[in-house]
Design a protein around this ligand. Structure first.
Ligand SMILES: *Cc1c(COP(=O)(O)O)cnc(C)c1O
Length: 360
């Protein structure tokens, strides 16, 4: 489609000094440290995608009646880019993220950004903020495309105008480096998603709806929530904003994509890599009662969550209203984490074409 890009990048003397940049990324956490540029693009029915720009990072103006703000017509993506051994910058499975972004947009009755526009946006941003791509193995560049309805109207219909922004952030592992296994709260007061709802879409409102459960988890001394299905409060679906896996020795089990799970790209990657490690995989439902019984008997040897932010994170304990149980730890989560990060960081051959080179 060949959209025309306008680029307003900071002159060298207006960029942060190397010392200030180093200070900001010294302990970036997750979500705090943005780079110096942002990508913006607009959509209208008459002009489709237009005004594609790279701009210095800055606040964006907002009409108080903006549709996205009032009605939550907001979808986003999250993917990571890594410096490669040859100095290039590659994003992990960028095309799959672009395709999911389109599905999320369609679910919220928004225009679907072309895959090519998504990929070009990432490349433009990385070109402008190249020096922010971490060299350190404990960090990565997190890319956050977000699309929202911009109409200044409270009319109850899909907006007529949209804006796509792409931000880049320097992040370290979501749970910190060398995080111990997390403890998770399995309550039944809240549900994340129900059949026919928006659980499969990466929309902002799903996160807002999950925060109360996260607060409840913290009150029970847990860092994360286990989501059970909304209909029966019985089947384990996800952990926080991550997909979940159970290990029975070298057999890997994960809940199927029933329509209420977010189809994680890390989940799909773990399923593919498992075969390389001699693990068998099975997509089937696991109830909280099965989890408790199997973890207690020792048949279930490990459980872990996975997602772009946290990659692979072992689960150490499940806390329930009247008790809880310990979950074993073993080698599988660590082996999968290593296999995944080896592909992401360019340490092994890219046999599946998962690395998308954004800059040479
Ligand atoms: C983003 C997300 C995931 C993980 O998806 P990845 O593509 O692996 O990052 C899992 N569950 C929910 C609810 C999410 O929003």
């Amino acid at each position: 489609m060949g959209i025309a890009w306008s680029r307003t990048v900071l002159a060298d003397e207006r960029r942060l000094s190397a010392a200030e940049l180093a200070r900001r990324v010294a302990a970036p956490g997750f979500g705090e440290v943005t780079t110096e540029h942002v990508v913006s693009c607009r959509w209208s029915a008459e002009r489709e995608w237009h005004d594609a720009e790279v701009l210095p990072y800055q606040p964006v103006p907002m009409d108080p009646a903006m549709a996205g703000l009032h009605y939550g017509q907001v979808v986003f993506e999250g993917l990571k880019a890594y410096r490669q051994p040859d100095g290039a910058v590659a994003a992990f499975r960028a095309v799959e993220h672009a395709e999911r972004f389109r599905r999320s947009a369609a679910r919220l009755a928004m225009p679907e950004p072309p895959v090519e526009l998504f990929l070009e946006s990432l490349a433009e941003l990385v070109a402008a903020d190249r020096r922010w791509v971490p060299a350190d193995d404990s960090q990565s560049l997190y890319l956050r495309p977000v699309l929202y309805g911009t109409d200044a109207s409270l009319a109850l219909r899909p907006a007529a105008g949209y804006r796509l922004l792409v931000l880049a952030l320097v992040v370290e592992n979501f749970f910190g480096t060398d995080a111990p296994p997390v403890s998770v709260w399995a309550g039944s007061r809240y549900a994340r998603a129900s059949v026919g709802g928006t659980g499969e879409a990466k929309c902002a409102g799903n996160y807002a709806g999950a925060f109360a459960a996260q607060v409840e988890a913290a009150e029970h001394g847990c860092r994360q929530v286990v989501w059970l299905d909304a209909a029966e409060h019985r089947w384990v679906e996800e952990m926080g904003a991550m997909n979940i896996f159970f290990c029975y020795g070298d057999r890997l089990v994960t809940p199927p994509l029933s329509g209420t799970l977010l189809p994680g790209i890390t989940r799909a990657s773990v399923l593919a890599l498992a075969a390389d490690l001699g693990l068998t995989v099975e997509e089937r439902r696991v109830s909280l009662a099965d989890w408790r019984a199997d973890a207690t008997s020792g048949a279930m040897t490990e459980a872990f969550a996975c997602g772009t932010a946290a990659v692979v994170t072992p689960i150490g304990r499940v806390v329930e209203r009247d008790g809880g149980f310990a979950v074993g730890t073993g080698p599988v989560a660590g082996r999968l984490l290593a296999a995944l990060t080896d592909v992401q960081r360019g340490r092994v051959e890219d046999v599946r074409g998962w690395r998308y080179r954004l800059a040479e």
